[in-house]
Design a protein around this ligand. Structure first.
Ligand SMILES: O=C(O)CCC(=O)C(=O)O
Length: 281
């Protein structure tokens, strides 16, 4: 059955997430699994201790082999059919939960809350495109999200601060609100190869992995209507994006060149701000 793109867009804009099924074909899924498995095998016990809550956090600067996934036509086709134009890619991460590992902390991904006029917009300034490489459910650490929290303040917003810290990643305080369950959270189980497309501003987290198997994920960030962002925001995003690929082999850089956030004007970068301020109600 065909995808009802208008309904998925409405869902994404209302709840902050939707799932597009079967975006990676089997061959691509196998290639991405192999890339992830090699990287995971190279993680040290120290890496894993520092990332107890996330599982791992390997940025695309270490993974030039992800160029094909960043440029995957199925993702770009989904963005287009959903009506998101002028999208630019910024960064990707391998986030992989080892067997028997705890939950990922609540957070959101957007870093331009102060000074970006589109911070509260209906059309997201930043989407995450998550590809889980195994089927996920509550037992092995599927995504959870608080629907609507991308545009409406939630009590957790006042308890998380910036959320992203070494202490959160290490899970120094397992009783903190960062790791809590809230009544209005929703599970997002997915099949390997589905595209879990979400609004980066939405509060999201992942369940603990209670199984004996690794639960790998590649998440990628795309920015719809990139040239409608304030120039300082474009600069912030572009600097981060370029730093991730500048040491990639030429061949991989060429694959993604036209897709990468590419602001080249004179505006200074907007300082990064991860905390939705008091105007976010
Ligand atoms: O590990 C997960 O399932 C979710 C990862 C995540 O929240 C993120 O990439 O922002």
């Amino acid at each position: 059955m065909g995808v009802d793109w208008a309904a998925r867009r409405a869902q994404l804009q209302r709840d902050g997430v939707c799932i597009i099924e079967d975006v990676l074909d089997d061959a691509m899924l196998q290639r991405v699994r192999a890339i992830a498995a090699a990287q995971i095998a190279a993680l040290s016990a120290d890496d894993r201790r520092e990332q107890r809550s996330t599982g791992s956090m390997v940025a695309n600067r270490h993974l030039p082999q992800l160029a094909e996934l960043i440029a995957w036509p199925g993702t770009w086709d989904a963005l287009t059919r959903l009506g998101y134009a002028d999208c630019k890619f910024s960064r990707a991460y391998l986030i992989s939960k080892p067997p028997h590992s705890p939950q990922l902390f609540w957070h959101q991904d957007f870093t331009a809350w102060s000074g970006e006029p589109r911070a509260g917009d209906e059309v997201s300034p930043q989407l995450f495109a998550m590809f889980y490489l195994v089927d996920t459910d509550r037992a092995n650490g599927c995504l959870r999200i608080i629907p609507g929290s991308h545009r409406k303040r939630h009590p957790l917003h006042d308890q998380l601060g910036s959320a992203h810290s070494d202490a959160s990643r290490r899970m120094d305080d397992p009783d903190a609100a960062l790791y809590s369950s809230v009544p209005d959270e929703r599970d997002l189980p997915a099949r390997a190869g589905d595209l879990v497309l979400g609004d980066g501003r939405a509060l999201h987290a992942a369940h603990a992995n209670t199984t004996a198997c690794e639960r790998p994920l590649i998440t990628l960030w795309y920015h719809p209507d990139f040239s409608r962002l304030r120039e300082g925001t474009q600069r912030q995003i572009s600097e981060l994006a370029r730093a991730e690929v500048e040491h990639w082999p030429e061949r991989n850089r060429r694959t993604v060149a036209s897709m990468i956030a590419d602001y080249s004007g004179d505006a200074p970068a907007l300082p990064r701000d991860r905390v939705p301020g008091p105007n976010f109600v």
